[in-house]
Design a protein around this ligand. Structure first.
Ligand code: PSU
Ligand code: MN
Length: 309
């Protein structure tokens, strides 16, 4: 199925996929563009260890010298983290170009889903997805992540969406595209730094098994597109609503003042929010990623168990 000259899969991940062992895909934009060095590297390695501790094989995905690589090494994680913004942020459109130019790319949710799917990985955990940006009615800034969620059959676990996005429009977009949004132990869409928002998820589920069954039902019907699982940050790590909203509002205003647009805007806003909150938002961000990969490993494990029946 996979042309090994085109994508590279580490032996450990390959072995797990072939033997129906749980695998959790992980993205690399969060490493190069989502967090500062060296916290980014430390977090990415901890994330891999947590996936393992929860019984699954981690597969961090990136483009290394033009090769889409599934299961990069710790050295490669360090390299992508240290190079930071100098590494290209790679979404769906960028993959063929980076391959041709033999360049590195830190894969977004969209690109990570696409490559995970090529490798046969069903579950992917991250922090936050891209979505419909505030003011998108003027800017048309809608993340390619949403189209990938519409088309590519990989379950994505995230902590909801942060309010640098328009949460309501993001939910509407997902509804149009037929992407089910599941709340893990919650009825409302988590807002990344905070546990809840005023928006309802489509369905609440309280166990990884129920989520795995839903993913499998979708698979069996051949329905394309993702299942989106939103997992609220643990309350002890959540941020004060008023502090984070102010930081996000200020960051959005600053981006507008500087006319930042395109793929730069999400990393710009993340960095600004981290600075405006004296690093508190970074700590929350790290903790919610840990929480998500744990759930990802549990869902992947349940999926493998049902697959054996
Ligand atoms: N949200 C975060 N952290 C991130 C991102 C989003 O809290 O690191 C990254 C993800 O890789 C996501 C990408 O896929 O930003 C979306 O970028 P854009 O809005 O340009 O599509
Ligand atoms: Mn965009």
């Amino acid at each position: 199925m996979i042309n090994s000259n085109i994508i590279s899969i580490s032996p450990k991940v390959q072995e797990a996929i072939e033997h129906n062992k749980p695998v959790v895909a992980l993205e690399s934009t969060i490493i190069s563009h989502g967090m500062p060095y060296p916290k980014n590297v430390e977090t990415a390695i901890n994330v891999e260890n947590m996936v393992e501790a929860n019984g699954a094989v981690p597969a961090t995905i990136a483009i290394i010298k033009g090769v889409p690589t599934v299961g990069i090494s710790h050295e490669q994680i360090n390299y992508l983290g240290e190079k930071g913004l100098k590494v290209a942020k790679a979404s769906r459109r960028d993959i063929p170009v980076l391959m041709t130019k033999r360049e590195d790319g830190a894969t977004t949710v969209a690109a990570t889903m696409l490559i995970a799917n090529l490798a046969g990985i069903k579950v992917f955990a991250t922090g936050g997805i891209g979505g419909v940006h505030r003011g998108a009615e003027k800017t048309m800034d809608i993340s390619a992540d949403l189209e990938e969620l519409a088309h590519t059959n990989v379950a994505v676990i995230c902590a909801g969406a942060k309010s640098i996005l328009d949460l309501g429009l993001t939910m509407e977009y997902l509804e149009t595209k037929g992407v089910p949004v599941i709340g893990y132990k919650t009825d409302t869409l988590p807002a990344f730094y905070t546990c809840s928002s005023k928006f309802k998820v489509n369905y609440r589920m309280d166990t990884p098994l129920e989520i795995a069954k839903t993913i499998l039902a979708k698979d069996r019907l051949g329905i394309s597109g993702a299942t989106l699982i939103t997992n609220p940050i643990e309350s002890q790590y959540a941020m004060d609503e008023s502090i984070i909203s102010k930081a996000i509002d200020d960051a959005c205003r600053e981006a507008e003042r500087l006319s930042i647009s395109g793929k730069e805007i999400t990393p710009f806003l993340l960095d600004k929010v981290q600075k405006l909150t004296d690093g508190k938002s970074l700590e929350s961000n790290i903790q919610l990623v840990y929480n998500n990969v744990k759930l990802g490993a549990q869902i992947a494990s349940e999926l493998c168990k049902i697959n054996m029946i």
